[in-house]
Structures are given as structure tokens and as C-alpha cells.
Write a protein that binds this ligand. Structure first.
Ligand SMILES: Nc1nc2c(c(=O)[nH]1)N[C@H]1C(S)=C(S)[C@@H](COP(=O)(O)OP(=O)(O)OC[C@H]3O[C@@H](n4cnc5c(=O)[nH]c(N)nc54)[C@H](O)[C@@H]3O)O[C@H]1N2
Ligand SMILES: Nc1nc2c(c(=O)[nH]1)N[C@H]1C(S)=C(S)[C@@H](COP(=O)(O)OP(=O)(O)OC[C@H]3O[C@@H](n4cnc5c(=O)[nH]c(N)nc54)[C@H](O)[C@@H]3O)O[C@H]1N2
Ligand SMILES: [Mo]
Length: 764
């Protein structure tokens, strides 16, 4: 097979089969290809692949219904015909008896880069076109708190993050890049849909060489790359809001706040000042007050505020800060800080929420992008904030607050998941297992035997992206890729589309689902739509066959980042922001009217209700992994190479380690009320004392899957994290930080089993 083009969330490449492995060459136009590409080399034939449809024994024998054995049952391999019949009959049963509002089709997850086979879209289209809809989920694990609060205070997250201050402007104009949570290159190497040019490193180098100063406020030094030549200010996890309030207090107290900007472009600065200077409740939120909370010395806070004054400053706040209780607050305060410095709307100045968290942010946009798969109409109104899945399954009918609404959790009987891994992304995994045990049925499509697959009643083997044809593209990537199959499907794996088509056929809805098109015809159809739109803009493109043959197409872009804020600054009356009075809301009457104690009408510091104590004296940071995307291809070469003794590696400060008799490379146990996790340890001065860091993504591997407090021997931190919403406003994921104790582990719980095939029985 000659080398063919393909694309992934972490980069485009060509692949050549070499025995059972692949030889991968990064896209020639990529200035800084991602090492994650290496994860593709050895996964095609890995034992962790799902090769046959499988049914859980208890479900087959006893029929659908709540079952506490999920996660610890046996599986039986069945034929596709049997699997498709079981799936179709069960969906029909639930839809007939309870309606589509008893089916949860949120199916959150990143899936793979191809736009047609995007698994979540396939699920949605399938449920809409067969049973008329499903209960959906809204927003993301990434940034739910920000997605909800930003439109109240300024504009949509899309506008602030994707179309906000651009990397190019920063490289050319910013004097100070003040970054809460850093600008880690490990994160910006990824972008949903594709990322053909990794330019962040180059932009940071260019800015630094011009003299821009990068300041990273984070518990971890390496959240800022060497190229930025920046400074590191360690901060206690979860306390940035206090630090930001103190910076604001200092600016105000020293007469350094841009009062003209605040009066002309913002609403509510006097209200916030009353809270900063103690008028409101007697507490002065000054640098000394913040030092006690965030650990940054008061003198440093004052000096930093003074240094920011009069400079072209861009403030960034990483997604991670809002993936915590009260996560809305640092997002809000980042905007207020930029406003108090008078920066929004200036070239290279203002607020770039989440810059660098993903490769999409701060980039130019395609004039026209490849369309996504049409999902059809969902006839069900009910939804949940995405991270409230376990709450929903455990509290049927109970009320919950969300962004000014009071809603109720629907009663779900059947959940269908393709392209996501809840046992990777959700918090408090023992609770999640318990929640999934309430279902009548869980159907999972997977190419690999993730923990989620191992809790399913029906496991349907899906192809990997490498085994099918698709088109890869993202609105912020000027290259569109023909994704050619690199290998034959392994075992009995089928495309998600083919699986759904065959189930739809059993329900008499094949035509509605497929519109009579094959995969290739869908790709041609979607390409044709894009071509037509481009033609309207006077742009000529090759026909599909030529595109397919040449493998890559360069699309025209517009580089108008920051346009909304620039126009607002030029003329706020003619170009108001999409807020109630058209200004930046430092006080939001709308949010105040919700009467939420955990998210009042102006930004505040609220003490989180979980903090280090005698039993759990350390903060745990459970951040994104450097060696893979989430849990994807955790068994791939690059990910595997960075484990030690097959376990994920936890970073710890030498002082914390010495106090516990822990030495470099030792096996440790992180534990709290929810469970325990084993990991290998690496000691480093690049993490602040009192904090340990264990990335997400190691596949959940409980020694006893049924334990109330499970022990994961592989290193999945979501055993430990807490399953609560960020606040009544955003109800986002709070998984970034929690508290733990760490001890040396000398026991023997056997080897990691996460990648071992299921002990399946053949059905006769
Ligand atoms: N503690 C803690 N938890 C977190 C976070 C954190 O910071 N801390 N971060 C959160 C964030 S930001 C996110 S976005 C989530 C990510 O959570 P997910 O998006 O659920 O994680 P992935 O591992 O990307 O899951 C994608 C799954 O889809 C499968 N897959 C890939 N391609 C296909 C396909 O074509 N078909 C099918 N059927 N399956 C496919 C992969 O094998 C994988 O199992 O995690 C969240 N969880
Ligand atoms: N390699 C790789 N890249 C990824 C992903 C991946 O799985 N792998 N996932 C992608 C996805 S879906 C998303 S949403 C983004 C997520 O982007 P982020 O949420 O920004 O990424 P994280 O790595 O979780 O966190 C960034 C850094 O914030 C710091 N931090 C944590 N808590 C705090 C705090 O309280 N205060 C301060 N100041 N800093 C803190 C941590 O040191 C951490 O390294 O990443 C994307 N990029
Ligand atoms: Mo995310």
C-alpha cells in the first residue's frame, strides 16, 4: 500500500503500513508536529481492540433492567446479526413504552477527527431519524462554567476564545502576557477536527524575542514553554479568584485602574469596588488578604499590579481554572482585570479566555468550512448540563438549577454512547458505576475495550479512524484533508455509520437515516455543499475526485480576530456587546436575579467546600495528559513509553515526598474518601509544595470493580475527583482539582489489566 494522507485531532500525516505497524510521517506543512502521532504506530492490531460484538451475560439472561453487576460481569461474543437485533429490539421497546425522553443520547466525547464519522453526530442523527429524538446534554466537560457565564458578561465563548485576541497580535503587539494556568504546548497541540499547523511555539518565541514578557500563574512551572522565556508565579490550586481580586484592589487603591474605560465600557465597577475596599461587608480584599488564600506573597501581588499598569497586556485564563467548584469566578475576573487595565479592543491587549488550551484558539478562520453531518430534529426538550450525568441517573425526577432555570432530571432507561469514554471523563467513578447500574440498558460503540465498554450491556466494535475514509477539517485549520483508509478494519469492526444504518433498517428507518447515500456519497455531498458556498464567494475548488486524489486542499481564511472588541472600543453605541446594556458586566443584574449563593451578581472569592485538611493535606491536580488525547490510544507507543512499571506517573515536590519516605520512581497510593489510585512518582521542584499532579487518561483499572471505594492500579485520577457542579449557574465539571493523601505503596495488587481482552465466552 502506498503512503496515504490521514488526519487526527493532533495533526495530519501520511501513513505507510510496515508489518502490523504503521510508519507515520507528519504533514510536511506542519512546523512543529505533535509527538502524539506516535500513538498510531502500534495500535491497529493491539489486544485492547474490540474485535467482536459482545453482550453482557446478566443482561442477556435476565433482560434489560437495573443491575449492580455492570463493570464485573462476563461477556458473550455474538454475531453482528444477533447484536443488531438486540440493539434494535431494545431501542424499539424503550421508545414504545417510555418514548424518546427515556433515551439518553448525549454521548459526550471527542471521538476522532473525520467530520462525517464524528461518532456523536452519528448517534444524534440516528436517534432523531429513528425514534424522533433523545435527552441531550449541553456544553462540555472542557468549559461549561465559562460557556454559561461569558455570554452574561461579554459575549459567547466562541467570540471571546476563538475570535478574540489572536496569536499573531500577541506575537506583534503584546507587552505582557499574563496567563492564569499557563499556555502549555502539551495542550495546544490538540484541536477537535484537525490541527495541521502547530504554530503556538513559534508565536511565543516571536513574542519573547520582541521583548514581550510572559508571566504564568500556576501550581506547575512547565505550563509555560521554554520558548516563552517567562516567569513562574506559583499559586495554590483553586485560589486564582482571590489573587485577581487583590490585583484589582491594588490597581484601584493605587489609582492605577483605568477609570475612564471602566465608566464608559463597563457596568458595575463601583459595586465591585465596594466589595474590594470593605464597604460592602467589612472585608478588604487587598494583597495581604489574598496572600493568606493563594500563597502568593502580598508584596509580589502589589508589584505585579504595578507592573501591569500602562502596558499592553493580554490576560489569559486556562480552561482548567473553571473546571473546579466556583469555576465561573476566575473566568469573570479575567475579563474584569483586562477591563481595569483598559485593554479590551487594543491590538494584542484584552482578554483571551482559554488561549492555548486548544489549537483552535487565537487563530484565523476559514471563510467556508467543511459542513458537519446534519443531525436531524430532536423532538425531546429535556437536557442536562453535560457533567450532571450521574446526578441524573441517581436522582430521577429531582429538581436542579441551571443558568436561571429550575429543571428536573428525566427518567432514563437506555443510554447510547459512541465516541466518548465516561469512565475517562467523569468524576467519582464508583458513583458513576452506581449510576450506570440504574439503567435498563447501556449500548457502547468502541474500537477499544475502554472501561466504559466494560460496563456496557452491548459492545459494538467500531472501526478506528485509520480504517475508513473521511474528510478532516476544522474551522480554524486552513487545510482540508482527504482521510484515506490506512488499514482494513480489524476483526469484525464496522463503521459507526454502518452499525446505525443496519439498526435503522431493522426499525424501518434506513432511508431516513442514510438519505440513500453511501459513505463516499455523503463525503461527496458534504464536499459539494462546501464547494457551492465557496463558489458564492468567488473561490474555485477542485472537484471531489481531484481533492480525493491530491489529499489536501488549502482553504481561504479571514484573519479578523478581536474584531468584536475592537469595534466596541471604537464606538460602543454603534457596536454594543450582546449583553443587556451592551457593556462589559462587572455587575450582572441577570446573574444577581438568579439569587445563587454560589454565583452572586458580581465576581467574588468563595471558599471551596473541599480544602486540604489533616486527612487529605495535598491538592491533586488532575490535568490533561501530555502523552495522548484524554484516554485515546492509552496503549499506544508514546503513551505507554511514558508510564513507569505500566503505571501513570504522578509529580510531587521533594519536600512532600521526603516527609512520607517516598523516593524517585517509587510506587505510591493517592487516596481520599472516594477511593485510591496507584501511580509511579517523579520528584520535581517544578511543582509547588503541597500539590501533586496526576494527569487524566490512564484507563480505569479497579482491583475490585464492585468496591464502594475502588483502588485503581493504573492511575486514573477520576477515582478521586468529586462529582459536583461548578455552581448553580454553570453546573460544569469540577474534576481538575481535589484533595488527597499520598503514601508509599509496597503491596502487591498484580499487573495492570486495563488492556487485557475480555474473558469472553463464545455463544453456541
Ligand atoms: N479529572 C478530570 N477529568 C476530566 C478533565 C480534567 O481536566 N480532569 N478534562 C475533561 C475534558 S476537558 C474532556 S474534553 C473530557 C474528555 O473525555 P472524552 O472525550 O470522553 O475522552 P476520550 O478519551 O477522547 O474519549 C473518546 C472515546 O471515543 C473512542 N473513539 C474514537 N474514535 C471513535 C470512533 O470513530 N467511533 C467510536 N465509536 N469511538 C471512537 C475512543 O477510543 C475513546 O474511548 O474529559 C474530562 N475529564
Ligand atoms: N496533550 C493533550 N492536549 C489536550 C488535551 C489532552 O487530553 N491531551 N485535551 C484538550 C481539551 S479537550 C481541553 S478542554 C484542553 C484543556 O485545557 P486546560 O483545562 O487549560 O488544560 P489542563 O492541562 O487541564 O490545565 C492547564 C494547567 O492549568 C494548571 N492549573 C490547574 N489548576 C489550576 C488553578 O487552580 N490555578 C491555576 N492558575 N492553574 C491551574 C495546571 O498546572 C495545568 O497544567 O486541553 C486540550 N489539549
Ligand atoms: Mo475538553
Amino acid at each position: 500500500m502506498p503512503p496515504v494522507t490521514h488526519s487526527s485531532h493532533w495533526g495530519a500525516f501520511t501513513a505507510t503500513p510496515a508489518g502490523d505497524e504503521l510508519h507515520i510521517t507528519p504533514f510536511a506543512g506542519d512546523p512543529d508536529p505533535s509527538p502524539l502521532l506516535d500513538n498510531f504506530t502500534d495500535v491497529l492490531r493491539h489486544p485492547a481492540r474490540v474485535t467482536r460484538p459482545m453482550v453482557r451475560k446478566g443482561w442477556l439472561e435476565q433482560g434489560p433492567g437495573p443491575d449492580a453487576r455492570r463493570g464485573a460481569d462476563e461477556y458473550i461474543a455474538i454475531s453482528w446479526a444477533q447484536a443488531l437485533d438486540l440493539a434494535a429490539n431494545e431501542l424499539q421497546r424503550v421508545a414504545d413504552s417510555f418514548g424518546p425522553q427515556a433515551v439518553f443520547g448525549g454521548s459526550y466525547g471527542w471521538s476522532s477527527a473525520g467530520r462525517f464519522h464524528h461518532a456523536q453526530s452519528q448517534v444524534h442523527r440516528f436517534l432523531n431519524t429513528t425514534i424522533g429524538g433523545y435527552v441531550r446534554s449541553v456544553w462540555s466537560y472542557s468549559s461549561a462554567a465559562a460557556s454559561v457565564i461569558l455570554p452574561h458578561i461579554a459575549a459567547s465563548q466562541d467570540e471571546i476564545s476563538r475570535r478574540g485576541v489572536s496569536w499573531r497580535e500577541i506575537a506583534e503587539h503584546s507587552e505582557i502576557v499574563l496567563s492564569f494556568g499557563g499556555l502549555a504546548l502539551k495542550n495546544s497541540q490538540v484541536a477537535s477536527g484537525g490541527m495541521s499547523e502547530h504554530t503556538e511555539r513559534g508565536y511565543m518565541r516571536q513574542a519573547a524575542e520582541r521583548g514581550a514578557q510572559f508571566i504564568s500563574i500556576s501550581p506547575l512551572r512547565h505550563d509555560l514553554p521554554d520558548e516563552a522565556a517567562g516567569e513562574w508565579i506559583p499559586v495554590r490550586p483553586g485560589t486564582d479568584a482571590a489573587l485577581m481580586l487583590a490585583l484589582l484592589h491594588t490597581l484601584w487603591r493605587h489609582g492605577l485602574s483605568d477609570e475612564d474605560f471602566l465608566a464608559r465600557y463597563c457596568t458595575g465597577w463601583p459595586t465591585l469596588v465596594a466589595s474590594l475596599n470593605g464597604t460592602q461587608d467589612g472585608t478588604v480584599r487587598d494583597a495581604a488578604w489574598a496572600e493568606a488564600i493563594c500563597g502568593v506573597p502580598a508584596a509580589h501581588i502589589v508589584a505585579l499590579a504595578q507592573r501591569l499598569h500602562g502596558k499592553r497586556v493580554v490576560v489569559t485564563v486556562a480552561h482548567s481554572l473553571q473546571r473546579a467548584q466556583h469555576g465561573e469566578q476566575p473566568v469573570w475576573l479575567g475579563m474584569v482585570l483586562a477591563a481595569a487595565l483598559g485593554q479590551p479592543g487594543l491590538p494584542g491587549g484584552g482578554y483571551a479566555y482559554a488561549l492555548g488550551a486548544l489549537g483552535h484558539y487565537g487563530k484565523a478562520f476559514n471563510r467556508v468550512s467543511f459542513p458537519s453531518l446534519p443531525q436531524g430534529n430532536n423532538g425531546v426538550d429535556e437536557f442536562i448540563p453535560v457533567a450532571r450525568i450521574a446526578d441524573m441517573l441517581l436522582n430521577t425526577g429531582a429538581p436542579f438549577d441551571f443558568n436561571g432555570q429550575r429543571r428536573r432530571y428525566p427518567h432514563i432507561k437506555l443510554a447510547w454512547w459512541a465516541g466518548g469514554n465516561p469512565f475517562h471523563h467523569h468524576q467519582d467513578l464508583a458513583r458513576l458505576r452506581h449510576a450506570f447500574c440504574q439503567l435498563d440498558t447501556l449500548i457502547v460503540h468502541e474500537h477499544s475495550l475502554t472501561a466504559t465498554a466494560r460496563h456496557a450491556d452491548l459492545i459494538l466494535p467500531a472501526t478506528m479512524t485509520l480504517e475508513r475514509e473521511d474528510v478532516g477539517g476544522a474551522p480554524t485549520d486552513r487545510h482540508l484533508f482527504a482521510m484515506h483508509p490506512v488499514a482494513e478494519p480489524w476483526g469484525d469492526a464496522r463503521d459507526d455509520f454502518a452499525i446505525f444504518r443496519d439498526i435503522a433498517a431493522r426499525l424501518g428507518r434506513e432511508e431516513a437515516f442514510t438519505e440513500g447515500r453511501t459513505v463516499r456519497e455523503w463525503l461527496q455531498h458534504l464536499y459539494g455543499q462546501m464547494q457551492e458556498k465557496l463558489a458564492q464567494e468567488g473561490v474555485k475548488t477542485p472537484d471531489f475526485d481531484r481533492f480525493w486524489q491530491q489529499g489536501v486542499l488549502t482553504l481561504p481564511q479571514v484573519d479578523d480576530g478581536g474584531r468584536m472588541m475592537r469595534r466596541f472600543r471604537d464606538d460602543p453605541d454603534a457596536h454594543p456587546l450582546p449583553t443587556p446594556d451592551g457593556k462589559i458586566q462587572i455587575y450582572s443584574a441577570t446573574i444577581a436575579s438568579f439569587n445563587y449563593a454560589d454565583c452572586p451578581g458580581h465576581p467574588v472569592w468563595l471558599t471551596p467546600d473541599e480544602q486540604p485538611d489533616a486527612q487529605h493535606p495535598l491538592w491533586l491536580i488532575a490535568n490533561q495528559p501530555a502523552t495522548r488525547l484524554h484516554s485515546q490510544l492509552d496503549y499506544g507507543r508514546h503513551s505507554a513509553r511514558h508510564k513507569q512499571q505500566g503505571k501513570e506517573v504522578c509529580m510531587m515536590h521533594p519536600t512532600d515526598a521526603a516527609a512520607r519516605g517516598i523516593t524517585e520512581g517509587a510506587m505510591i497510593m493517592l487516596h481520599n474518601l472516594r477511593g485510591a489510585v496507584l501511580a509511579a512518582v517523579t520528584l520535581s521542584e517544578n511543582i509547588m509544595p503541597g500539590v501533586v499532579q496526576l494527569p487524566t487518561g490512564a484507563w480505569y483499572d479497579p482491583v475490585d470493580p464492585l468496591a464502594a471505594r475502588p483502588l485503581c492500579r493504573h492511575g486514573n485520577p477520576n477515582v478521586l475527583t468529586r462529582d459536583i457542579g461548578t455552581s448553580s449557574l454553570g453546573q460544569g465539571c469540577s474534576g481538575q482539582i481535589t484533595v488527597v493523601q499520598v503514601s508509599l505503596f509496597t503491596g502487591d495488587v498484580g499487573e495492570v489489566q486495563a488492556f487485557v481482552p475480555l474473558n469472553q465466552q463464545e455463544r453456541l
